[in-house]
Design a protein around this ligand. Structure first.
Ligand SMILES: [Fe+2]
Length: 548
């Protein structure tokens, strides 16, 4: 350490220790709070600074490479415990300033700098003290004067005001940064919540039961919120195909086991509460809830409208240190709304399905009344088609479509002359040409009804042949819709099996012989193969298993 005593004060003007300085240096561009603060100080004030280890006094970084690392004991001795700003007027004619910085890699550090005091510019002893220290560095008088002329001047009062303003603005900046960080966290959270609601919305399918949807929603809530207990209790859904009863359905996830009794006790604690908004409780008295489970906090929301409750969602116990708030309550409210809307839509959907089914049955009855020879044929084709579809592994939605399309496949015969349909003898070519119009007529009758559109492929194409010789469009192979290929086999089986005025129904063995010989020509071999795998079931569904 190089030291010189100043004549004016009898004190010392020291250079900062060099040893540690050479071992560890930091760059102003390092993305650490201390360096950011140091850079902000020099950019805001225009003053030079160096970053000092408050224990050792060594310089760890500088804002100006040419800055002479002067650190008198009067400054260094008070760096430890420095809080905010300190200005020291040295008898050497220098004014030192030091500002506390955030720790640098767990090292307590401070920003230190100095300027020349304009009040000491004519003080000979002060100038001499400075000259002595630059002499210890081997500087000539000319170099010393050049250095001195390049140093900034500032009065101690002005320096205090400048640095105080800067520090205050940095505090303001930090407050703003904290506010922005909080807003960013909230925005991120809101984005996650919107993402979850979006995912939930995509899960909403009318073919899914309320219980199935509840399980999917609880999984999403558990992942986002992280509560230990997650419970949805739903009143019985009449559309779930379960016998009506008073038993609610329960869906629960998480390590904290919740049940309906616990939910009931909890709700009973708040008689007369307006449940149009969720309830958040973060200080829970377990004796009040009379539960063996330790419930620290919870949020609960009603599923349903203001007047009708269709169930409840309950989340309990966030990880230690966290509490439920508006964000969780809002998400639960959205979830409850989605569940209530799904249930309402499902009720309407089921009503619509029933109306559609009644309409289809009405059409089939109309055809049966017109064409006595095919009475019951449509129901058998529908049932056989559905069974073949099951064997092919088709989903329930497709099986329902195949069944309904089977019911309606010959509906176009409504547009064929009664005399032709009821003719007891074999048809002439001209008459048969008119009968062959029925797939297109059926298609044209039904295509105006949007909800029946999934059934149209079976209605239009059930007389297409796999080899391309069928009608009305001459489609080939897999170009024929699967629904139509299935109904073609079902239709052919039942038509051949049925008695006609001009012939008896064919024995099953004969039909199966035709299936085997003509399968690649007229029918899809994969569907014929499915028929042979389930032939015994089809015999039960069709005209019976009587053979000759
Ligand atoms: Fe037909």
């Amino acid at each position: 350490m190089m030291t010189t005593k100043t004549a004016a004060s009898g004190g010392t003007l020291e250079l900062a220790p060099r040893s540690l300085t050479q071992e560890r240096q930091f760059d102003l561009e390092d993305p650490v709070p201390a360096m950011r603060a140091l850079l902000a100080l020099t950019e805001t004030t225009g003053l030079p600074f160096f970053c000092v280890d408050v224990h050792s006094g060594s310089v760890l970084a500088k804002t100006d490479e040419d800055l002479l690392e002067l650190l008198p004991w009067s400054v260094r001795g008070q760096l430890e415990g420095l809080n905010g700003l300190r200005v020291v007027v040295e008898p050497t004619g220098l004014v030192f300033y030091s500002v506390a910085l955030p720790d640098l890699e767990n090292i307590p550090v401070a920003a230190v700098g100095y300027v020349l005091n304009p009040d000491s510019s004519e003080d000979g002893s002060a100038q001499q003290a400075l000259r002595e220290i630059t002499q210890t560095l081997g500087w000539s008088d000319v170099e010393h004067e050049q250095w001195r002329a390049s140093q900034p001047y500032c009065s101690p009062d002005l320096l205090k005001k400048l640095l105080s303003t800067c520090i205050e603005s940095r505090k303001w900046l930090k407050w703003m940064q904290d506010e922005i960080a909080q807003l960013v966290r909230e925005a991120k959270r809101a984005e996650e919540e919107i993402g979850v609601v979006h995912k939930m919305t995509r899960e909403l399918r009318l073919t899914r039961s309320s219980a199935e949807i509840s399980g999917l929603f609880l999984k999403q809530l558990k992942q986002l919120i992280g509560a230990e207990g997650n419970l949805i209790v739903l009143d019985q859904d009449p559309t779930d195909g379960i016998e009506p009863s008073n038993a609610p359905q329960t869906c629960q996830q998480g390590k904290l086991l919740l049940d309906q009794k616990m939910l009931r006790r909890l709700l009973d604690c708040f008689p007369g509460r307006d449940w149009s908004r969720p309830l958040v409780q973060n200080k829970v008295d377990n004796t009040l809830l009379r539960t063996d489970q330790e419930i620290r906090n919870f949020v609960v929301a009603k599923i349903g409208s203001d007047t009708i409750s269709t169930g409840w969602i309950l989340l309990c116990n966030l990880p230690a240190g966290r509490e439920f708030g508006n964000a969780e309550a809002t998400l639960l409210q959205s979830t409850a709304t989605l569940l209530a809307t799904h249930r309402q839509n499902r009720l309407l959907y089921c009503e619509l399905e029933n109306i559609l089914l009644q309409f289809v049955n009405l059409l089939v009855s109309t055809l049966d009344a017109k064409d006595a020879y095919t009475r019951g044929h449509s129901e058998r084709v529908a049932a056989i088609g559905r069974r073949l579809g099951e064997e092919l592994g088709l989903p329930e939605r497709d099986l329902n479509d195949i069944y309904q399309s089977g019911l309606l496949h010959d509906i176009g015969k409504i547009g064929v002359n009664d005399a032709i349909l009821q003719k007891p003898d074999q048809l002439t070519d001209e008459e048969f040409a008119k009968v062959k119009k029925h797939p297109e007529i059926g298609y044209n009758i039904l295509c105006g009804l949007k909800s029946l559109r999934p059934l149209l492929p079976g209605v239009r194409s059930h007389h297409e042949d796999f080899a391309g010789t069928g009608y009305p469009d001459g489609l080939t192979g897999e170009g024929i819709p699967l629904m139509a290929r299935i109904l073609a086999v079902a239709d052919a089986y039942d038509a051949m099996r049925s008695d006609r005025p001009y012939r008896r129904g064919l024995p099953v063995e004969t039909i199966e012989k035709i299936f085997r010989s003509d399968q690649a020509k007229q029918w899809d071999p994969a569907i014929i193969a499915a028929y042979f795998r389930v032939r015994s079931k089809i015999l039960e569904l069709g005209q019976g298993g009587v053979t000759e």
